[in-house]
Ligand binder design. Structure first.
Ligand SMILES: [Zn+2]
Length: 510
């Protein structure tokens, strides 16, 4: 197998890292360097903001300036000035790092609202909805979904995502989805699910069991060819802020040998994000398969397969021993706390793992997961991550010692680490990418007292987001996305939804 070390990964992004203005002072004029983002706009000076840096050294800083040059944070301090900079007056406003979402499905966004999590009877048809919808979407729909999904993230202050792309039945759809996500300008990973093999079409009558088995089947040459085309045609630049990840079709219940083969090939492609949905099996799987021991982490460890590229979504029932194995191998965990509330009723799931995982020293984030049905307001998800700690006695103990920063950690500094971006984003620190969110605080109901972390976590909402910068580029200003014709996009979405809905309804499962 190929061992992926942290050093290898940093080597990957070395071009982006070394070309930035580490530690440059405010007196230095904009340096002619490439940030790797294609952004060579004039410097931006955000003046007199209250900084919720999430940097353990800097913490909270009142009335402080932040200078953005070449896509990076080049200085943090009082009274900064730089020639030719665009000045953003931010007195009384809160500047925080762009947030991170470690697990969401951007392709859902084109059909958002079709189901509702608050209507469990309807939501229980999710897999069926998925099986109907993925064969009803064309490449244009996927481009639109990826693009729109990325814009929605940015609009809500989320500047990095792991897009778990498991709705693309062929290469054209996958390439369009990847391009849409990349073109939206959001950072992170487009993690393609290998093995999606649905062959039935709108109008067909097909046994449900057949459709279900094709949702994720074995990875074939066709799937590998799609992954290779994505890498070559969409994600060829190692310095773009969105990179290709892959979700192997092997996992829980698969033979370790098969897992070994597939993962080795993924790693051989130099793909640095190996994403997985992990749920503990109801009863142990046979020996020699993943899931024979606990949630399968010990099975992977015994085979030497764990590594810093392994990213587990959900993973609610991970044991303490498994968490230690992940910590020691550099693995990452992403709980999707709001969506996981109903898991409490399920024997093999249970309360979200993020509290225990963070306490065990594992890089841990949270995510929306089901964009189809849950709010884009990411502050709601951060709050849900805190409240869900109380769903277990152990979590209740963990919550007791929490400050608001500990919860915000999941969506900023630690959340960035939990998607292999801890050196690039997640804090307001000199040398980090300028992924920033500026919040207004003058709305009725936005508390005036308390620490910045307390105020943001308890009172912040999407409606408070005044501005968002991604890699130094302003994408939202004065509460509005820049360059987004929402009226036009909205009519495209409405057209797609009507067509997808009727195609999906024309399939009969028997
Ligand atoms: Zn998911």
């Amino acid at each position: 197998m190929t061992k992926i070390t942290r050093k290898d990964f940093l080597g990957l992004s070395a071009a982006a890292v070394t070309s930035t203005v580490f530690g440059s002072s405010a007196s230095v004029n904009a340096m002619q360097v490439t940030s790797g983002t294609g952004n060579s706009s004039r410097p931006t000076l955000i003046r007199d903001a209250d900084l919720l840096t999430m940097d353990p050294e800097l913490q909270e800083m009142r009335g402080t300036d932040v200078l953005i040059e070449n896509g990076m944070i080049s200085a943090v301090g009082k009274g900064l000035s730089v020639e030719g900079a665009e000045v953003v007056e931010a007195s009384g406003m809160i500047l925080m790092p762009g947030m991170c979402d470690g697990h969401r499905h951007l392709w859902h966004t084109v059909d958002a609202g079709r189901l509702a999590k608050t209507q469990p009877g309807l939501y229980s048809t999710y897999q069926e909805w998925k099986m109907r919808t993925i064969v009803s979407m064309n490449p244009e729909d996927h481009y639109l979904a990826g693009y729109l999904g990325g814009l929605m993230a940015i609009d809500s202050g989320v500047t990095s995502v792991v897009d778990y792309a498991h709705g693309q039945i062929n290469a054209e759809n996958a390439l369009a989805a990847g391009k849409g996500a990349k073109d939206s300008g959001v950072g992170g990973w487009f993690a393609l699910q290998l093995g999606v093999s649905s062959t039935y079409k709108p109008g067909d009558v097909v046994p449900l069991s057949v459709a279900d088995s094709q949702r994720i089947a074995a990875t074939t040459d066709t799937h590998w060819a799609t992954a290779e085309r994505l890498q070559k045609e969409v994600f060829s630049s190692r310095t773009d802020i969105m990179q290709l990840g892959l979700a192997p079709s092997t996992g829980m219940g698969s033979n370790i040998e098969d897992i070994n083969k597939e993962w080795t090939r993924v790693r051989g492609m130099e793909v640095k994000m190996l994403a997985a949905h992990v749920h503990k099996p109801v009863s142990p799987t046979p020996q020699g398969t993943m899931g024979n021991r606990d949630s399968g982490v010990p099975d992977l460890q015994a085979a030497g397969l764990l590594g810093p590229d392994y990213h587990l979504a959900h993973a609610n029932r991970l044991s303490s021993e498994e968490l230690k194995m992940l910590r020691d191998s550099g693995g990452m965990v992403c709980a999707t706390a709001m969506g996981e509330f109903p898991y409490m009723a399920s024997a093999n799931r249970g309360p979200s793992v993020h509290g225990r995982s963070r306490a065990a020293g594992v890089a841990t984030g949270i995510g929306i997961d089901v964009n189809l049905v849950l709010t884009q307001d990411y502050f709601e998800h951060a709050r849900a991550a805190f409240w869900s700690l109380y769903l277990s006695p152990e979590g209740t103990e963990i919550a007791k010692a929490y400050k608001s920063e500990d919860t915000l950690d999941f969506v900023t500094a630690l959340g960035a680490k939990a998607m292999r971006l801890g050196d690039m984003t997640g804090t307001i620190s000199v040398g980090k990418r300028a992924d920033l969110v500026l919040l207004r605080t003058d709305r009725i109901g936005f508390a005036m007292l308390g620490s910045l972390a307390d105020r943001v976590l308890n009172f912040g909402s999407l409606a408070d987001i005044d501005s968002v910068w991604v890699a130094g580029r302003a994408r939202k200003r004065n509460g509005r996305m820049i360059g987004v014709d929402w009226a036009r996009l909205k009519s495209q979405v409405a057209e797609a939804q009507a067509r997808i809905g009727s195609s999906a309804a024309s399939i009969t499962f028997t």
